[in-house]
Design a binder for this molecule. Structure first.
Ligand SMILES: *[C@@H]1O[C@H](CO)[C@@H](O)[C@H](O)[C@H]1NC(C)=O
Ligand SMILES: *[C@@H]1O[C@H](CO)[C@@H](O)[C@H](O)[C@H]1NC(C)=O
Ligand SMILES: *[C@@H]1O[C@H](CO)[C@@H](O)[C@H](O)[C@H]1NC(C)=O
Length: 517
């Protein structure tokens, strides 16, 4: 787990304090009005917290806004073939065991992308045990607050169908086991619950500790389950199965894909806007439009929510009010256990431990050569500081879009207020972009880096430590800044990097799930 994953699962764990607690909280908000007040406060920070937001790199920002156009010709060029191809066939013949050892149930914490990894691991564990998997149960995350179930996010029939030769998967437990619910496990200690799976447990751990439960009771409910299967020392067919789940079996529900397709098409054909406004000239525009090359676009994923800003303990230039507000939030959620707060802002920056602000991402992208005509799609939840903070980025990229600017509220009605579905749409658009850049190495970043590697798509990975150090030098000219940023990112545009021991298969799918050809 990296720093940021740790941050989000810490939030979950501390807020949860055991599944029982979260159940009580979620079921009886009346008992915890203060707690709930704090959470909703977290979601909508008061203007007074950040009305002092000013650009932190004013002279660079001025140069970036006035930068000349003329992009390097290879900026938008797709990656060349790097000699690696997806390789997820299990090899041997379909291998559904004749007899199922019982039912595996998992309860998954975290946001959409952490749950995604949990789903892949659950399929792998069911395979290791020759068990039947019940479609995973997605817990409501205290930060993201979305109660959407698996079938409301993912196309469950596709999921079952793609994996039909690998693992038995059922949507619901048979009547005989219908007592095995989340509520049942939340109210007492139960023999069918496996609570003790260590982080990154081995296949043997499951054979030794879960198989006996299956043999005795016919069912085992594993919770917590996030990050509970090792990335190392597993049979190659299990590794490939995990990738098959992640990259082939998990597909979003049709309405998410349809909205995603509409957003992608509007990003590629900006004249859709004129079309909508001038219905009279529809034929003209359609004609000229059909001759026009579809445009390219870049997705910028910003994870600059308040929890992230607070956990980093960095100074984001919002003045004293912001510093106090973040310190208070940090104290409330993590009770002084945030290691970062022992360091100065300068130390944190030079170690690359500060999420980049919208302004810094704007400067970075401009320095990498994106001109002011670039269509930039902002994939993001809530930006801490709101428009005051986003405006610096908008100055550098006036043609910035997001879900709200591209789709009507009617079109967005089914995903409105649902963090997982909003993230799903952003994931989908990100997978269809020419270039993807993320401002902090969290779960969404890792998921997309892995998925795009698998498909050989261009992905810029900011060098956080280098950028932190570059920004510390306040006397750099634009040319110097551009040069340093450029040099530091030559090899960070999607070149294949092989997974090292302990690293995630979902972030680095080569060589386990890709073959060198
Ligand atoms: C981009 O910058 C040029 C000047 O460098 C300016 O003339 C043009 O209007 C800008 N384009 C947009 C979309 O703001
Ligand atoms: C699962 O089934 C395979 C054959 O289908 C067998 O070789 C393996 O030992 C079984 N494993 C368990 C845990 O039952
Ligand atoms: C900042 O960058 C300039 C130009 O590269 C350099 O001369 C100066 O030494 C740097 N300052 C620091 C504190 O690193």
């Amino acid at each position: 787990m990296n720093l940021y994953e740790k941050c989000t699962s810490d939030v979950a764990q501390i807020l949860r304090g055991g599944t029982l607690f979260v159940l009580l909280v979620l079921q009886f908000p009346v008992l915890f009005p203060h707690f709930f007040g704090l959470l909703s406060h977290a979601a909508s920070s008061k203007p007074s917290e950040w009305n002092a937001v000013k650009p932190r790199h004013l002279s660079l920002l001025k140069s970036a806004v006035q930068r000349s156009s003329g992009e390097q010709s290879d900026l938008w060029r797709p990656l060349t073939d790097q000699g690696w191809k997806p390789c997820i066939d299990p090899g041997n013949a379909p291998s559904i065991p004749e007899k199922s050892e019982g039912y595996i149930q998992v309860f998954l914490d975290g946001g959409l992308n952490q749950q995604r990894m949990g789903i892949c691991d659950a399929v792998a564990v069911a395979k290791i045990l020759n068990a039947t998997l019940v479609v995973p149960y997605l817990e409501v995350n205290p930060v993201w607050q979305d109660s959407s179930s698996f079938v409301e996010i993912f196309d469950v029939d596709h999921f079952i169908d793609v994996l039909k030769d690998d693992v038995r998967i059922i949507k619901e437990l048979p009547e005989k086991f219908s007592w095995s619910t989340r509520e049942y496990y939340a109210t007492a200690i139960r023999e069918t619950r496996v609570k003790t799976a260590p982080v990154h447990a081995s296949a043997n751990w499951y054979l030794e500790n879960v198989l006996p439960v299956l043999e005795s009771f016919g069912i085992a409910a594993i919770a917590p389950f996030s990050h509970r299967l090792s990335f190392d020392h597993l049979p190659p067919e299990i590794q490939r199965l995990r990738c098959k789940v992640n990259f082939r079996a998990l597909r979003f529900v049709p309405h998410v894909r349809e909205l995603g397709d509409a957003l992608v098409s509007r990003l590629r054909n900006p004249s859709w806007r004129n079309k909508e406004q001038n219905v009279d000239h529809l034929t003209d525009i359609t004609n000229s439009h059909s001759r026009q090359e579809p445009g390219k676009f870049v997705v910028l994923h910003l994870r600059f929510d308040k929890d992230m800003a607070a956990h980093s303990a960095c100074d984001f230039g919002g003045g004293k009010a912001e510093k106090l507000a973040l310190a208070k939030y940090r104290q409330m959620i993590w009770q002084g256990r945030v290691l970062n707060s022992q360091f100065t802002d300068e130390e944190l920056r030079s170690q690359g431990r500060c999420p980049l602000t919208p302004e810094e991402m704007g400067l970075l992208l401009a320095a990498l050569g994106f001109d002011n005509n670039t269509r930039l799609y902002l994939a993001s939840h809530k930006v801490y500081g709101g428009e005051a903070r986003v405006s610096a980025l908008r100055q550098v990229f006036p043609r910035m879009e997001d879900k709200r600017s591209l789709a009507s509220s009617g079109e967005r009605a089914r995903i409105k207020g649902k963090a997982s579905l909003l993230a799903a749409v952003d994931y989908y658009v990100s997978m269809h972009s020419d270039i993807f850049v993320s401002a902090s190495p969290g779960n969404m970043h890792n998921a997309l880096v892995g998925h795009r590697t698998f498909e050989n798509m261009k992905t810029i990975r900011p060098n956080m430590a280098l950028i932190g150090q570059i920004f510390l030098n306040k006397s750099l000219t634009w040319i110097e800044f551009q040069q340093k940023v450029g040099e530091g990112h030559v090899n960070r545009q999607g070149q294949i990097r092989l997974r090292k021991p302990k690293q995630s298969l979902y972030t680095y799918p080569a060589p386990d799930c890709m073959c060198h050809v």
